[in-house]
Ligand binder design. Structure first.
Ligand code: AGP
Length: 616
């Protein structure tokens, strides 16, 4: 939800921290700040608004010389976006400075005690409470700052990734993690700490992912990792990052969202690369090999995710039932974690998450493990919390997705679930999937990158439609069977990028109430390819037109019939019914992008949103 960055080493910290914040801004952008420790005193620069606001401080560049600093870009949880609620937060006495990603759940009770001791607070945040708790403990003990932080965290409940500096120990940075991600980059006598690897990759490829309940002390160019319960972690695993720096840039596109939409021919190919065994009519997933026996024994599947990832789960739900005969249910991560679901050790859990940091989904996985369930993951960010929490997983391999609105990850998520359904279907003997049927699907699947390329070539038609529909304030998006999920995802895309109210639903559901809203100011987009539901969708179109509602139809290339009964038609290449949503996603992504651009929105960072929601 927020982004934290720290640097300690021989360089000027400000440029490293500022650039690091720009890389993390997709995680939250209500306010930003940097604290430097120089000449035994803290200098804190923070402002409401985007990271670029901080550049106003760089007029006096020579002041910004400290070699150690921490920084933060915020998505507000406690306290409105403002200068005073921006991080970093100083303790009352100015001894401690801290940045924090997460929520301290018992901050009010701690604050009450500190107020009773005479502490005064400048902000409404839970983070400032933690800063003063650390200062208070420091005052009453004669231990070093890492031990002070450890003692403070023993009193704290909630989720946090924190970076702490003490003005009395300028060569030390303390890092701690419970529930929110932290990556430590190891340079030559310098260290980079951040919420994910994107601010680190240009400086070093050697990183350590802190685990929950761990803390790190960086002191005099040495790194010590231990648990918050004070157990030293010997030889922590050092990962070597594979991401290339150019993957983090826009590559000539005006915005990341458009770049990532146009990357989909490649990302779909990368999703399948090395995993399709056509001659056997099968799929292989290296990450699942050790779990084949357990996979054979699952007789039900729960898919858990949030937002776009959950909508792709609705595609998976149909595919797992159709291809593998496994009863499947899609659950909000936030619900599964708290309700008494009727599951047992023969129910598998499949978590879907691009960031691998969505707290609601992570909570569901932990709940599933308590119930003895086998937990699988489809995740894009390598080494993320969810990737490390599940028993077994499949990486999307689509590269960093920076725009807040998910595009290339979502088509990959849908595709991987159909591939997994084939994998499980081919494994099951009861109502198994025949080799020939599987081969037929895989052959069509391998055409998807080229079909996606064809759709992208008609992007200008969508751009024209965006100009025509940009001023409407409401939309319905409709679909049937596999395309109900596509309608819901298309609706979310347009909603989150353009701030238009859009509802996605099953086409027939319209008649059961929502149709009362239809009039000439309430357009509908309907996904109506030539498939088993085509005639039913045509009836839905007629019902809407009879009430004066404008209609955009997405239909199969070559099917001219709908041009006579709708206002606008978008064509997508014909493919199997279950693969259609993957293609239908793309024109809806483009429509959302171009309407948002027409409306002057910040498309890569829509208001109120963040790329990964690491609080529940
Ligand atoms: C996608 O466009 C949204 N930004 C959002 O719904 C996202 O899909 C959701 O928050 C889940 O994120 P995850 O895939 O990283 O878990």
């Amino acid at each position: 939800m927020c982004g934290i960055v720290g640097y300690i080493g021989k360089r000027k910290a400000w440029p490293v921290l500022f650039k690091g914040l720009e890389r993390l801004e997709y995680r939250g952008y209500d306010s930003a700040g940097i604290a430097l420790l120089q000449n035994g005193a803290f200098s804190v620069y923070k402002k409401k608004g985007r990271v670029v606001e901080l550049s106003k401080f760089t007029k006096n560049q020579n002041q910004l010389s400290g070699g150690v600093g921490i920084a933060h870009t915020r998505w507000a949880t406690h306290g409105v976006p403002s200068d005073r609620n921006a991080h970093p937060h100083l303790s009352s006495g100015g001894d401690i400075v801290i940045v924090h990603n997460g929520i301290i759940e018992n901050y009010l009770s701690i604050k009450k005690i500190l107020v009773g001791k005479g502490y005064r607070f400048k902000s409404d945040t839970d983070t400032e409470v933690l800063a003063n708790l650390i200062e208070d403990i420091k005052k009453h003990t004669k231990v070093e700052i890492d031990e002070v932080v450890r003692l403070a965290l023993a009193q704290v409940s909630g989720a946090y990734a924190i970076l702490v500096l003490s003005k009395d120990e300028p060569g030390t940075m303390v890092v701690a993690k419970v529930g929110s991600p932290v990556v430590i980059g190891i340079g030559k006598k310098e260290f980079f700490v951040a919420s994910d690897a994107t601010p680190i990759i240009e400086h070093t490829k050697k990183v350590i992912y802190l685990e929950d309940g761990q803390m790190a002390t960086i002191k005099n160019s040495k790194l010590l990792i231990k648990t918050i319960k004070n157990k030293t972690i010997k030889n922590p695993y050092v990962h070597t990052l594979k991401t290339k720096i150019e993957e983090l840039e826009k590559g000539g596109f005006p915005l990341f969202m458009l770049k990532e939409i146009f990357e989909q021919p490649k990302s779909l190919a990368d999703t399948m690369r090395g995993r399709i065994v056509l001659d056997k009519g099968n799929v292989k997933f290296g990450g699942l090999e050790k779990f084949e026996k357990q996979l054979r024994s699952i007789n039900r599947l729960t898919i858990t995710a949030m937002g776009t990832a959950r909508f792709t789960g609705l595609i998976g739900e149909y595919a797992f039932e159709e291809l593998a005969g496994i009863p499947t249910k899609v659950e909000y991560g936030s619900e599964f974690a708290y309700r008494e679901a009727a599951v047992d050790e023969n129910t598998g859990l499949l978590a879907i998450s691009q960031s691998g940091e969505t707290k609601d989904t992570l909570n569901a996985i932990k709940e599933a493990k308590k119930k003895g369930m086998l937990t699988l993951g489809i995740v894009n960010v390598i080494g993320s919390s969810i990737a490390r929490e599940v028993d077994a997983g499949i990486y999307n391999h689509v590269g960093p997705e920076t725009a807040v609105a998910s595009t290339k990850a979502s088509t990959s998520q849908a595709l991987l679930q159909i591939m997994l359904a084939i994998y499980l279907g081919r494994m099951r003997f009861a109502r198994g999937l025949s080799k020939s049927k599987a081969k037929g699907i895989l052959k069509e699947m391998q055409k998807l990158p080229a079909l996606a390329e064809m759709i992208l070539k008609s992007a200008n038609n969508i751009k024209k439609l965006a100009k025509k529909y940009k001023n409407y304030n409401n939309f319905f998006f409709l679909g049937r069977k596999y395309n109900v999920a596509a309608a819901m995802e298309g609706a979310l895309k347009l909603k989150e990028c353009s701030y238009i109210h859009v509802e996605g639903m099953n086409s027939t559901e319209l008649k059961h109430g929502p149709i009362s809203l239809i009039d000439k100011n309430f357009p509908t987009l309907i996904i109506a390819p030539i498939d088993s539901m085509y005639e039913k969708n045509k009836s839905s179109i007629q019902e809407i037109k009879a009430r004066g509602g404008p209609v955009i139809a997405i239909t199969s290339l070559g099917n001219k019939e709908l041009e006579n009964i709708t206002d606008d038609v978008i064509y997508i290449p014909k493919t199997l019914e279950m693969l259609t949503p993957i293609l239908a996603f793309i024109p809806m992504q483009l429509l959302a992008y171009y309407i948002a651009v027409e409306r002057g929105n910040d498309v890569d960072k829509p208001r109120n949103l963040a790329k990964s929601v690491t609080v529940e």
